[in-house]
Design a protein around this ligand. Structure first.
Ligand code: NAD
Ligand code: UGA
Length: 459
């Protein structure tokens, strides 16, 4: 039975391995992490991440051909193939701070693999890494005098949180990059065979190492670019009485443009878009391409503008002050169907409103614990309330910041009657029926559409 190890039991390691294990019953999978609490949670009924459909797959595979462990060294020694899915956040210090990827976790892993290996292995980069990282990994691993050979492959992950199970079961593509040597191609073929257990061969793309590493950064940059593009137009819509939903639908009908990732919003969040674009920016600067760097940096700048614009619009609309006013934030997660709050626009809006001395109540069905920890000291100034009705009671305003389907089903008439008047609703996801809300009595501020408010006419 081939032994597969995954180092890093986070969102990626923890959601991909159970699904691969379910399709490859003849392989044995172990997922390890330095975080003991996380491993304990993976071994329990309360998984550390909220991902629809994942519990069921973990229940089916755990204890059969899927195991979670903190015994990293022992499992390295036993493994034939090692996936590395440790975090690669943006550097916060020294050279490249705020842009370059912090590769300390990744490098520690490479050295640990080297120290504990007694046989040759295939090492697979699953984390998102700067182009040409595999070269450094090869240097470290093959610097051994034990006569071992390590073949490094790049197999970036394209799943999105909230739809990870579907994305893994039926991916648009799987990308595998390897060296164009005989042993490199043999290793690539081994991984192809594994994925081919459930993915059609024509969806498994093989490339050279550098194309694979770079494609991951580029895919995220292109996706984020579409959101920033539509968000930039949402600002223009608000000035011209054009409607961003109509503009979005009109351009999406052009098959060359396509319909995905054109939902205007308060901004994109998540642990990867900003980090990966800044990494791309850093690489372009490093390779002497400042114009290319500036082009991509603007995608992030536009996102920051959109978040700031949303919060500023709340303040100006509420008679230029929110100090002491209770404001209910609906949603903390960076998108629906996840408990992840990393880089969540909801937290950005929360910070901006706290700066204005608003009295913030935050609600979210799954992400409050993470929101509380991500807000750090500021969390002390926020009330966390699981019930949206209680959160909005006596509030001056509601801001919809995550597109949880639950929020569509709420009784807004009841909510309206429990709020301070005039009652404001800022829809950062264009999730709700704005006309109906207006008729209920709310002053409604969508994204990229004229506000529906009685107050404007008074001014
Ligand atoms: P994460 O922070 O959720 O998980 C990473 C895990 O690695 C953590 O649990 C951490 O404790 C562990 N770790 C760090 N150093 C370790 C070591 N030396 N030994 C053992 N464990 C170690 O991160 P994530 O969201 O799973 O992302 C991992 C990588 O995958 C990143 O490069 C990210 O860019 C990429 N990625 C993420 C997503 C996503 O949806 N989150 C999607 C595609 C790609
Ligand atoms: C994204 C990519 O979609 C994945 O392919 C990639 O693997 C992953 O990043 C990664 O590398 O981490 P994820 O961040 O989980 O996945 O979620 P997305 O669905 O891409 O949403 C990202 C953000 O953009 C969310 O805040 C979402 O609300 C926002 N968004 C998305 C919009 O504002 N408008 C849209 O039209 C689409």
């Amino acid at each position: 039975m081939p032994n597969i190890l995954c180092i890093g039991a986070g969102y990626v390691g923890g959601s991909t391995m159970p699904i691969i294990a379910s399709h490859c019953p003849e392989h044995r999978f172990v997922v390890v992490d330095i975080n003991e609490a996380r491993i304990a949670a993976w071994q329990s009924d309360q998984l550390p991440i909220y991902e629809p459909g994942l519990d069921e797959i973990v229940r089916q595979t755990r204890g059969k051909n899927l195991f979670f462990s903190t015994e990293i060294n022992r499992h390295i020694a036993e493994a034939d193939i090692i996936f590395v899915s440790v975090n690669t956040p943006t550097k916060t210090f020294g050279q490249g701070a705020g842009r370059a990827a912090d590769l300390q976790y990744w490098e520690k892993t490479a050295r640990q693999i080297l120290e504990n290996s007694t046989s040759s292995k295939i090492v697979v980069e699953k984390s998102t890494l700067p182009v040409r990282t595999a070269e450094a990994m090869e240097r470290i691993l093959n610097s051994n005098n034990k006569g071992l050979h390590f073949e490094v492959l790049s197999n970036p992950e394209f799943l999105a949180e909230g739809t990870a199970v579907r994305d893994m079961q039926k991916p648009d593509r799987v990308l595998i990059g390897g060296r164009e040597t005989e042993s490199g191609q043999k290793a690539v073929e081994r991984l192809v065979e594994m994925y081919a257990q459930w993915i059609p061969r024509d969806r498994i793309l093989t490339t050279n190492l550098w194309s694979s590493e770079l494609s991951k950064l580029v895919a995220n940059a292109f996706l984020a670019q579409r959101i920033s593009s539509i968000n930039s137009i949402s600002a223009l819509c608000e000035k011209t009485e054009a409607n961003i939903n109509e503009v979005s639908a009109a351009i999406a009908h052009d098959e060359r443009i396509g319909r995905y990732f054109l939902r205007a919003s308060v901004g994109f969040g998540g642990s990867c878009f900003k980090k990966d674009i800044m990494n791309l920016v850093y690489l372009c600067e490093h390779y002497g391409l400042p114009e290319v760097a500036k082009y991509w940096e603007q995608v992030v700048a536009m996102n920051e503008y959109q978040e700031a614009r949303f919060a500023a619009n709340m303040v100006t609309s509420m008679f230029n002050t929110v100090a002491g006013k209770r404001i209910a934030l609906f949603g903390a997660a960076f998108k629906a169907n996840t408990n992840d709050t990393r880089e969540s626009p909801a937290l950005e809006v929360c910070r901006a409103l706290l700066e204005e001395q608003a009295d913030i109540v935050m609600t979210d069905p799954h992400a409050m614990e993470n929101a509380c920890s991500d807000l750090g000291e500021l969390a002390e100034r926020v009330t966390f309330e699981i019930d949206p009705y209680a959160a909005s009671r006596n509030a001056h305003a509601i801001a919809i910041l995550t597109e949880w389907p639950q929020y569509v089903e709420l009784d807004y008439e009841r909510i309206y009657h429990s709020m301070v008047k005039p009652a404001f609703l800022f829809d950062g996801r264009n999730l709700l029926n704005h006309k109906k809300l207006y008729e209920t009595g709310f002053n409604v501020y969508p994204i990229g559409k004229p506000p529906l408010t009685r107050l404007l006419h008074m001014s």
